[in-house]
Design a protein around this ligand. Structure first.
Ligand SMILES: C[S@@+](CC[C@H](N)C(=O)[O-])C[C@H]1O[C@@H](n2cnc3c(N)ncnc32)[C@H](O)[C@@H]1O
Ligand code: SF4
Length: 356
């Protein structure tokens, strides 16, 4: 059975660039406080984006998100043009994920004029206030972020403040929420990151603030002996299949989801990396390029068409050949993602009727 048929795709997450000016310590692009040496810095060109989002494909889409694992969408020279391109083709929902501290007021004003419908959203990921955001968002400029957000909102743009809780900012959740409301953000989301589990400086001590205890780990402890058993036997329910969604990275390679898109650059010694390397050995690099091939052609590839879905089958099934990334992200008892789900709580504010 196919992972997704071309005609049924409704949502795309695209990573317009691998460039970013921040050095968030737990970001996949950062090593030893700076950009990884092995990260290729590039962006998808206008021609690339036109090739992928050809008119008949765009017409069937319900949502396009600009995000990814390695870059800052606002750093791409094509982002304004691309949002306008999607708007002209009437994509009902366009979302941009950003740290918020790049670009000029004019740029943000223009974006605000484009992303002004209720289903559009710029997710400003601001993890604290003036004295704390920069502890994790290294190289960011809080004052500039707030100015950019204000300009965007004043121009009509719909914005949400997204706040990952750490020990160093959890006392500021209420203040940040009040500030978000007063600045005209349409909502405020509190997120719990699973990445800070073992990191001493950027940890979240779950007992300190009950607001941050979202994920329910009881089921995991009741049902499974340990983590490696969990990866081997948990039932897998693909989150992206359920949403009819795909992910395209900054090389123009198609992946079944954003998390899978991280695996080619995961720790070289990790199972994530070696499992994806085996795919490359079998099919060659570029087997999933939607720039060298068309999107329908890549979706017809045996890996997307058959093997990926087979890999999720129950252990013992002869076609079950699991990827650890699928067990980790889409297993039944552990919520890894800090996006919408158990590690994410959003409060929506009353927004002006013009944006409804
Ligand atoms: C690599 S970022 C790309 C978008 C943009 N550059 C940004 O930083 O918001 C992808 C997502 O990861 C989130 N993120 C950053 N650090 C994180 C962490 N430690 N745990 C969970 N999510 C994190 C960001 O807020 C963003 O939503
Ligand atoms: S991690 Fe695997 S199962 Fe989960 S959304 Fe991605 S492809 Fe689907």
């Amino acid at each position: 059975m196919a992972f997704a048929s071309y005609q049924k795709i409704q949502r795309v997450m695209i990573e317009p660039t691998s460039r970013c000016h921040l050095a968030c310590p737990m970001c996949a692009r950062t090593a030893k406080g700076t950009t990884r040496k092995d990260l290729v810095l590039r962006e998808l060109s206008k021609e690339d984006l036109e090739h992928i989002f050809e008119t008949s494909f765009v017409n069937q889409l319900r949502q396009v998100q600009l995000n990814g694992n390695f870059g800052e969408p606002v750093a791409s020279s094509q982002t304004l043009w691309f949002c306008e391109y999607l708007k002209k083709r009437k994509v009902p929902a366009i979302e941009v994920f950003t740290s918020g501290s790049l670009r000029t007021p004019d740029w943000w004003r223009e974006l605000g004029g484009l992303l002004n419908q209720n289903n559009d959203l710029v997710r400003f990921s601001i993890y604290g206030l003036e004295d704390t955001n920069g502890i994790y968002r290294v190289n960011s400029n809080f004052e500039k972020i707030i100015d950019n957000a204000k300009t965007f909102i004043k121009a009509g743009g719909v914005a949400q403040w997204e706040f990952i809780v750490f020990d160093h900012n959890q006392h500021q959740i209420e203040k940040a929420r009040d500030l978000a409301r007063s600045l005209g953000f349409s909502g405020f989301a509190v997120k719990r990151s699973r990445r800070n589990k073992d990191n001493l400086k950027y940890k979240l001590t779950q007992t300190v603030n009950s607001n941050t205890r979202f994920a329910d780990e009881e089921k995991y402890h009741r049902k499974y002996k340990n983590w490696s058993e969990y990866l081997k036997i948990t039932p897998i329910t693909c989150k992206y299949v359920d949403l009819s969604k795909i992910f395209i990275d900054f090389f123009g390679d198609l992946w079944p989801c954003t998390w899978f898109g991280f695996t080619p650059l995961a720790e070289p010694s990790s199972a994530f990396r070696s499992q994806t390397e085996s795919l490359y050995q079998k099919y060659g690099r570029g087997f999933n390029s939607v720039l060298k091939n068309s999107l329908p052609e890549v979706l017809e590839h045996p890996w997307f068409n058959e093997e990926l879905e087979d890999s999720w089958k129950a252990p013992g099934h002869r076609q079950c050949k699991r990827f650890d990334i699928c067990s980790q992200l889409c297993g039944d008892a552990y919520e890894h993602t800090s996006g919408p789900g158990k590690n994410y709580k959003v409060e929506r504010f009353n927004v002006p009727s013009s944006k409804k």
